[in-house]
Design a binder for this molecule. Structure first.
Ligand code: NAI
Length: 251
């Protein structure tokens, strides 16, 4: 049984898609959720209204920061700890794509994806780990990708960032375990969100053909895995990667 009553959880990139769904799921299970947005907060506010309407009216709030800006991240995490007095769960979900073949990829597209997806996860985890180590408890969950496991033509920047998150997961898991802070990753497969909506039909059909369960995933499928890893039900799990991909990548 998963319960998150009394937990304070930060979800980055929580204005839409998978992040918004993770925030909703953690809030539904009793957590007080700090929803990070880069600028537009309308989707995050809708999540809070939905939670409230469903009877989960904790002191959820929106915290603005670009995760690729380490000073802004430090200020955000300090504000969350000051506001709630603790930080139990961090979900590094914020991410972008700038697809293109490697030989034609600009420095800007490489840097933007590494900065947001990989450095952002590091900055947020570093700031949160300080609070969690003092508390002697915590759970950090990285939203990586199956692309980080198997690679993808046209996504060298994204695959490198998502694979980097797995090295970050395993290293942080080793560093923080003595203070009872667990670090794990979820590797989503093809999930129906704005990020995947714009892909050409041929790409979607090829993806579907490679999924054993023969359907795309939904944001709640990722949120459920995150809720488990965040909770005490996963208290003996650290340094792991769970692919939530409908059987796309298993060997
Ligand atoms: P999305 O594009 O719908 O949402 C991403 C969210 O991150 C947006 O709210 C955006 O504003 C936020 N964000 C982007 N840059 C940010 C920054 N610098 N600071 C703060 N927030 C920022 O994407 P989706 O599909 O919901 O993806 C969420 C995560 O899941 C991403 O890390 C993505 O790489 C990962 N993922 C998604 C898959 C899919 O099939 N949709 C598959 C595998 C991984």
């Amino acid at each position: 049984m998963i319960a998150l009553d009394g937990y304070v959880a930060l979800v980055t990139g929580a204005n839409r898609g998978i992040g918004a769904e993770i925030a909703h799921t953690l809030g539904s299970l009793g957590a007080t959720v700090a929803l990070n947005v880069r600028s537009d907060a309308s989707g995050a506010r809708s999540v809070i209204e939905r939670l409230s309407a469903e009877g989960h009216a904790n002191a959820h709030d929106v915290f603005e920061a670009d995760v690729a800006d380490p000073a802004a991240v430090d200020r955000m995490v300090a504000a969350i700890v000051e506001r709630y007095g603790r930080l139990d769960v961090v979900v590094n979900n914020a991410g972008i794509t700038r697809d293109g073949l490697a030989v034609r990829m600009s420095d800007e597209d490489w840097d933007a994806v590494i900065s947001t997806n990989l450095s952002g996860a590091f900055y947020v985890s570093r700031a949160a780990a300080k609070a969690m180590m003092k508390q002697r408890s915590g759970s950090i969950v990285m939203i990586s990708s199956v692309i980080g496991l198997v690679g993808n033509a046209g996504q060298a920047n994204y695959a490198a960032a998502k694979a980097g998150m797995l090295g970050l997961t395993r290293s942080l898991a080793r560093e923080l375990a003595p203070r009872n802070v667990r670090v794990n990753a979820v590797a989503p497969g093809f999930i129906t969100t704005d990020m995947t909506a714009s892909l050409p039909d041929a790409v979607k059909e090829a993806a579907l053909a490679s999924i054993a369960l023969k359907r795309f995933g939904e944001p709640v499928d990722i949120a459920n895995a995150v809720a488990f890893l965040a909770s005490d039900a996963a208290r003996y799990i650290t340094g792991q990667v769970i692919a939530v991909d409908g059987g796309m990548t298993f060997v």
